[in-house]
Design a protein around this ligand. Structure first.
Ligand SMILES: [Zn+2]
Length: 297
């Protein structure tokens, strides 16, 4: 973990999941996300404390456990207030919902009760929406960033955007091959919004500050379009979900070795199927009790 100041009013603790901060003149802070667990939160606080930064509020950008799992530590030890959107609140206050939806709504097996999916429960003190807002004498803006996770938001302050997981860095693209997005239409809208922005910089949750961000956004968009085209290509005839997943794994050199990767990858690919169905580019067929997808031509 390393503390990085962007200017004297904002910065982030660089970690597996960055923790952003906005400061007022008394060095009271609004944190952006809280790390994955108590240990992570404690280490982050030590670093902030050494700089005499006092966390007052935490805004959770979206309800993935690696972003909110550490929030309860801050609440317990510093009485920090927690803010999130309404969709995120429903999971922050009932975190089992994340493994539940990853397991198609069925009771998730214990193997999915791991800290990457099951964060510590946390009560949300205030629900936030998009628009300009002021807390602790800090004026900033909440920006909707649909696509990656329901109700995801970014924080805009002094023309720097904390962009949560609205796009991923080259390093993460190389590692994951297919970015995790639950809503492809939203993701494409968000990428387009970011591409047309004139921010001084964007800080993604995973990775470093981008001052020039156009290329990385184009690369995220290129991969999404490549997957959409590939699905349409292979669906010239009826293709089952399992066949579709396997063909995509082969094409993108993805190896699935555990249930965690399997559920995440399946969710990612279902988002493409959903998008193509809603755009009337794909349709569903049932043959011998089996569901197939086929291109609308
Ligand atoms: Zn996420």
């Amino acid at each position: 973990m390393q503390l990085i100041y962007i200017n004297d009013r904002l910065g982030y603790i660089k970690s597996n999941v960055n923790i952003g901060f906005l400061l007022n003149e008394k060095k009271e802070a609004i944190l952006i996300d809280a790390g994955i667990d108590d240990d992570n939160a404690k280490k982050a606080f030590k670093i902030l404390d050494a700089e005499k930064i006092i966390p007052k509020k935490i805004i959770i950008t979206h309800a993935h456990a690696d972003h909110f799992g550490g929030a309860s530590w801050f609440v317990k030890h510093l009485n920090t207030e927690v803010l999130s959107t309404l969709p995120a609140k429903s999971i922050l206050e009932y975190p089992l919902m994340e493994p539940i939806y990853l397991f198609c709504g069925a009771n998730p097996p214990k193997i999915l009760h791991q800290k990457f999916f099951l964060g510590k429960k946390i009560n949300v003190d205030k629900i936030v929406d998009h628009g300009k807002i002021s807390f602790e004498n800090i004026n900033f803006e909440i920006v909707e960033l649909p696509g990656h996770s329901f109700g995801q938001i970014g924080i805009l302050f002094e023309n720097y955007l904390f962009s949560a997981d609205s796009f991923i860095s080259y390093e993460f693209l190389a590692k994951h091959k297919i970015p995790l997005n639950s809503d492809i239409k939203g993701t494409l809208q968000t990428l387009n919004f970011l591409k047309n922005s004139k921010f001084k910089g964007i800080i993604p949750s995973h990775g470093d500050l981008f001052e020039n961000y156009l290329d990385v956004l184009n690369e995220n968009e290129r991969i999404i379009n490549q997957i959409l085209e590939f699905i349409l290509d292979i669906c010239f005839k009826e293709v089952s979900e399992i066949e579709l997943l396997n063909l995509i794994y082969d094409k993108f050199n993805i190896t699935i070795k555990d249930m965690a990767t399997n559920v995440l990858m399946r969710l990612s690919i279902l988002a493409y199927i959903s998008y193509l169905l809603d755009e009337n580019l794909l349709r569903v067929e049932f043959v011998n009790n089996q569901q197939f997808f086929v291109r609308v031509s």
